[in-house]
Design a protein around this ligand. Structure first.
Ligand code: SF4
Ligand code: SF4
Length: 289
């Protein structure tokens, strides 16, 4: 989908954890990774209007109209039964939004915002929409104060980045694992493009933050933390690093039986990075009991 239209799973009118300052965050539907640790697996798939979810909706908010499954927000009780029932990890509540729809929302909230972050799913799957949206904001004098950021897993070739980076102020990049076999096992995908993207973004001065999800027994291993430190040192010794902790919330499949990442494990990884010379390492500020 493009021509100025994208599938939006959710938006936040303000957030202080998705880049600098207070930001509007747009979550686009669909991902090119299949992370077994994903906290929002219903953002991965694209709805094919199969209709499976219609029967489990308790409030009549989903109907089949011709070939399409239609969601009525006025009837929805937000029970999420449809998400659990979907065989393709899609979401029938996704809405189609145009560039103009997003501009209208931004204008309504503009006095309180420092910027826009486009996230996912995987934001760069919607490259044409991203470019159209960012170009429209750049052309709008009343939105000139907004910085434009992308939250990405980095699975985008250099040619793609070259199209969107001139319009982009910064990218928050997730590296899921350094060992290629571990990355493939955790995400279903090779990590070559993500690592190449880290270098490309740093060279372009657009890498705002490198993020790393700590998974017990997997990415918290010393060789993974060592590889993170080595890449960070190569990119920029003053780089912003953010350690995230695997939690069970929302996770389906085999990873639902894994242990959550403990706080002391995150602190140990942060201490190892501090000992390696990195002074800008963020860790989760909130821990579930
Ligand atoms: S959201 Fe999933 S279950 Fe519902 S119609 Fe789309 S693909 Fe089928
Ligand atoms: S969350 Fe899904 S299943 Fe629940 S009421 Fe809304 S549309 Fe129906």
């Amino acid at each position: 989908m493009s021509d100025g239209v994208a599938a939006v799973s959710k938006f936040l009118t303000w957030s202080v954890v998705d880049g600098p300052g207070n930001r509007f965050v747009l979550f686009l539907q669909g991902c090119n990774y299949r992370c077994i640790t994903c906290h929002n697996p219903h953002t991965i798939g694209i709805c094919n209007d199969c209709g499976t979810c219609v029967a489990v909706c308790p409030s009549g908010a989903l109907t089949k109209t011709g070939r399409k499954v239609v969601h009525d927000p006025g009837l929805c009780v937000a029970c999420d039964s449809c998400l659990a029932a979907c065989p393709t990890r899609a979401n029938p509540m996704v809405r189609r939004m145009t560039v103009e729809d997003v501009l209208a929302l931004l204008r309504r909230n503009a006095p309180f915002l420092n910027g826009l972050t486009v996230s996912g799913g995987e934001a760069t799957l919607h490259l044409d929409f991203l470019i159209d949206l960012f170009a429209a904001i750049r052309a709008a004098p009343d939105l000139a104060h907004l910085t434009l950021f992308i939250d990405s897993n980095g699975h985008l070739a250099a040619e793609g980045w070259q199209r969107v980076l001139p319009l982009t102020d910064g990218v928050m990049l997730d590296i899921k694992a350094f060992d290629p076999d571990r990355h493939r096992r955790l995400t279903g995908t090779d990590n070559k493009l993500s690592l190449a993207s880290a270098r490309l973004l740093a060279d372009a001065g657009k890498l705002y933050e490198l993020r790393f999800l700590l998974v017990p027994g997997e990415t918290d291993r010393p060789e993974e933390i060592g590889a993170l430190a080595a890449l960070a040192r190569e990119l920029d010794p003053n780089i912003r690093l953010r350690l995230n902790a695997f939690q069970l919330h929302g996770v389906r499949g085999s990873a639902a039986t894994w242990k959550a990442m403990p706080r002391d494990g995150v602190e140990a990884a942060a201490a190892a990075l501090a000992a390696a010379g990195f002074s800008n390492v963020a860790v989760p500020s909130v821990w579930l009991p």
